[in-house]
Write a protein that binds this ligand. Sequence first.
Ligand code: IPE
Ligand code: IPE
Ligand code: MG
Length: 256
Amino acid sequence: MPMIKLPFLKKKTSKVKQENIVSQDNLPEHVAIIMDGNGRWANKRGLPRFAGHKEGMDNVKTIVKVANKYNVKILTLYAFSTENWKRPKKEIDYLMKLPMEFLNTYLPELIEENVQIQTIGEFDVLPTHTKSAVQKAKNQTKENTGLILNIALNYGSRYEIVQAIKKLVDDIDKQDFQLGDINEEMFGNYLYTGDLRDPDLLIRTSGEIRLSNFLLWQSAYTEFWFTDVFWPDFNENIFKKALIDYQKRKRRYGGI
Ligand code: IPE
Ligand code: IPE
Ligand code: MG
């Protein structure tokens, strides 16, 4: 039977394809992700919560690769919040082992990919094994010039802001500067994020539509993107959707 060409069908296919392509223009330089839903991912499969955290940890490596592919310069990942200490001790202990496990498994690859590891959050109070693994990774990657993998570990925005104020007041007492010298840029430099660019795009997985104390100051003009997918299932295709949506947004910053 001869093939009948249907030009309208052909057109439709190419349109779908076009919609799935991330253009090289207007990509977000800083993407922040609230990696939520590990527990529910495990629950759905009849597995213990820690299995979800393990799967989520492995997915971090996958998503770092994807972020690199789409030219993201900074990837900030919310790994543990100041409120997560409310969880059962067993779960906290497991979560505190993950950075070490992650780095033991993936640090050589991350170094190969020229990734620089940084953290935000209250570092000093973390368990010694967590701190030393992360510190070692930071030292080993500090000269790297590729993607900045910024891990929010024991991070809480309100705590961060209060700490910044305390440090500012202390510096005024030491007469480093005067009250009148304080402005937004200067205050921002007192936050854990320092002079790191504000996030352009913030993604939260698992269907929750809230910030949960993440980057409150820094996300003043960030574009938000939410998905029902649980973090361990978040993949390149979903990341691409977020990027394509981001590229359609009109960032006005209060202008017209
Ligand atoms: C995110 O997954 C990881 C952390 C908060 C440490 P959750 O553990 O919050 O998973 P859900 O939200 O209970 O499904
Ligand atoms: C936010 O998720 C913190 C991280 C992903 C590390 P939570 O699961 O702690 O947030 P809530 O409690 O649902 O707001
Ligand atoms: Mg959660």
